[in-house]
Ligand binder design. Structure first.
Ligand code: GDD
Ligand code: MG
Length: 340
């Protein structure tokens, strides 16, 4: 911890992204495009805004691709990619990637887009003298998440990963953001597959260590981009301006026919071409060099770089991947379009 707070974050990005297949056959989940930057870029920018100076990506699946895509950008902080020899699960991966860290550090799930301030969490961690602090989130359906039960001082008393409905009616879950004292990782065996949710947190609780649950006082944006529906929702939220995005909406390098119609909100990247009488939007993101043919209609869809929507085609609720082509005149909805 520096004078200002926490300086280092270990970000978990090694999962297979199974629930996002077949998109994650093409790209690892952290590189899925969201407007003009990859998913993980949104999180790195949030960390930089919160004063984090060093991000260690704990990688596994397609780690080389992550390196080649991410390390050539300047994210405003020091970024490294640590590749584990085999999947070590969440706690094993944090232990492997955080070797040598001697100060309190942040650990996060890398598939989150979020914007809470970290300052209050750091203050709460210190005040509680906690070994670990877990950021919390209230949700409607707890079954996808880790349910966190607390006493009335916010000390965690139970951590229940992906349990069906809790009979207590509790709705407060693990938001996938942790402050950890390095010594908690002594409970994780070297280089073994070990889950923070199913093993380390329950073991820490059993040992009597203080785990603090931090529910930020101010409302904050948060989404786990782990499934197709949340990938699409994150786009809609970014397009609607619900969460921070300061990039351009329509690139000056896009070529839009004067006879085409853009229906806000839309995002059009550089090199995009939209033909006459085409209608694009609302809630559409076109990545670099996408072509939308004459008279085509694209709505509520995400079109990745270099894909092509043919003349007169209609695309609604779709993800169109690179080099994929929607043939002229074809009408498709709620589909992932892969290249042939
Ligand atoms: N390096 C590495 N190695 N990373 C991994 C591994 C691994 O073996 N396994 C998973 N990860 C990474 C994933 O890439 C992801 O960023 C993060 O760990 C969490 O895994 P997910 O698969 O996304 O978990 P989840 O969304 O089902 O549940 C988790 O997140 C919820 C909040 O969104 C849990 O932490 C829940 O408790 C939590 O509520
Ligand atoms: Mg997830």
């Amino acid at each position: 911890m520096t004078q200002r707070g926490i300086s280092t974050a270990v970000v978990l990005v090694g999962g297979l992204g199974t629930r996002l297949r077949p998109l994650t056959n093409l790209l690892p989940k952290p590189l899925l495009p969201l407007l003009d930057i990859p998913l993980i870029g949104h999180q790195i920018l949030w960390l930089a805004r919160n004063g984090i100076q060093r991000v260690i990506l704990a990688a596994g699946y397609k780690a080389e691709r992550l390196r080649s895509e991410l390390l050539r950008h300047d994210w405003g902080l020091e970024l490294t990619v640590v590749e584990e020899p085999e999947p070590l699960d969440t706690a094993g991966a944090i232990k492997f990637a955080s070797q040598g860290l001697e100060e309190t550090f942040l650990a996060t799930n890398g598939d989150l887009i979020l914007n809470p301030s970290l300052a209050d969490m750091v203050a709460a961690h210190k005040a509680a003298g906690a070994a670990a602090t877990i950021m919390l989130r209230r949700v409607e359906d707890v079954s996808h998440y880790g349910l966190v039960l607390r006493d009335d001082t916010s000390r965690v008393i139970a951590f229940l990963e992906k349990k069906p409905e809790d009979e207590t009616g509790q709705r407060t879950v693990n938001a996938g953001v942790y402050l950890l004292e390095p010594n908690v990782l002594h409970l994780v065996p070297e280089r073994s597959s070990w889950s923070i949710e199913r093993r380390l947190f329950p073991d820490l609780l059993a040992s009597g260590a203080v785990i603090h649950g931090h529910l930020p006082a101010r409302p904050y944006y948060w989404i786990d981009v782990g499934r197709l529906d949340t990938y699409r929702q994150a786009h809609r939220d970014l397009l609607a301006g619900v969460v921070d995005w300061c990039g351009p909406w329509v690139s000056e390098q896009a070529t839009i026919s004067p006879q085409a119609k853009l229906v806000a909100p839309v995002f059009l990247s550089g090199g995009v071409r939209v033909g006459p009488e085409a209608v694009v939007g609302p809630f559409v993101s076109l990545s670099p060099c996408v072509e939308v043919g004459e008279g085509a209609r694209v709505e509520d869809s995400i079109v990745w770089a270099t894909a092509r929507v043919g003349h007169g085609a209609r695309v609604v609720g779709c993800v169109v991947t690179p080099e994929a082509v929607v043939p002229d005149g074809e009408s498709i909805s709620d589909r992932i379009v892969m290249p042939k």
